[in-house]
Design a protein around this ligand. Structure first.
Ligand SMILES: O=C1O[C@H](COP(=O)(O)O)[C@@H](O)[C@H](O)[C@H]1O
Length: 260
């Protein structure tokens, strides 16, 4: 696993724009070397802010949208089209305005979808979809995502892995149902830490004062059961993208020297 690297931007708008530019470059590079790219999206304010910035980025059309696989790190288990679903918000922020191949948009199931209201069955179904997309060298579990993005919650949750809940302790399955989440809605579907850690790069997004304590805790040696963000690492790179408010409680030893 990779040691976290930090980039701190002046404010959340600049962070979103810089992260969007970084993502464009990453996708274009992956498409140039492998013909396609795979990205895992996150919900939440910072994830949607990045997508909105990408929608207006001058270089967005450098991406070959038809050869981009989109997956989700987690989903709120609600009916299709519900405004609180992460995919509904992502569609509004970006996805509806770019020429994606619908076959490559891998939404997590909705609560009125093929698995009905059974979040555990829906999670198992998504795990099968991931396994089908994995190449043999990925050991059959999940594809080797180029970039997996995670918003960091004020309580250090990432995806729908909340401190101390069973999902964050999962070591075998790649996707699980979450019941009794402390943040609404209580029922969710989430990638697990083993699935997250199979990504080439993991980017954690944290902007705003309410994320300062979470960032400091996760980056100061807390355990992943108490602070799930601490367990989110990529195989090649783990990148924390922060704004100065979210970085304000980091120990000085971690604070990067230059902060654009
Ligand atoms: O509920 C969720 O929250 C987290 C963090 O969201 P934020 O608004 O505090 O940035 C998000 O990453 C996750 O995908 C989402 O389902």
């Amino acid at each position: 696993m990779s040691t976290p690297q930090l980039v701190v931007h002046r404010d959340k708008e600049l962070m979103a724009q810089a992260a969007a530019a970084r993502l464009i470059t990453k996708i274009v590079d992956a498409q140039a070397s492998r013909g396609s790219a795979s990205v895992v999206l996150t919900g939440g304010r910072n994830g949607n802010g990045l997508l909105a910035a990408l929608a207006t980025a001058p270089a967005r059309d450098a991406i070959d949208w038809a050869h981009l696989d989109l997956w989700w790190g987690d989903e709120r288990f609600l009916p299709e089209g519900d405004p609180d679903r992460n995919i509904t918000q992502a569609r509004e922020a970006l996805l509806d305005s770019v020429p994606l191949d619908p076959e490559r948009v891998h939404a997590m199931p909705a609560s009125d979808g093929p698995y009905g209201n059974d979040a555990d069955a829906a999670a198992a179904g998504y795990a099968e979809e991931l396994a089908r997309a994995a190449a043999p060298e990925n050991h059959g579990a999940v594809p080797a995502f180029d970039v997996l993005m995670l918003g960091v919650g004020p309580d250090t949750h990432v995806a729908s892995l909340f401190p101390e809940l069973p999902a964050v302790r999962e070591t075998e399955r790649t996707v699980v149902g979450v019941h009794g989440a402390p943040k609404p809605p209580p029922t969710r579907i989430t990638l697990t830490l083993p699935a997250i850690r199979s990504a080439r790069e993991v980017w954690l997004l944290a902007a705003g004062e309410d994320k300062a304590n979470a960032a400091a805790m996760a980056l100061s040696g807390a355990g992943e059961i108490q602070a799930p963000a601490a367990g989110a690492q990529g195989r090649s790179r783990t990148l924390w993208l922060l704004d100065s408010a979210a970085a304000s409680q980091l120990p000085r030893s971690l604070y990067p020297p230059a902060s654009p």
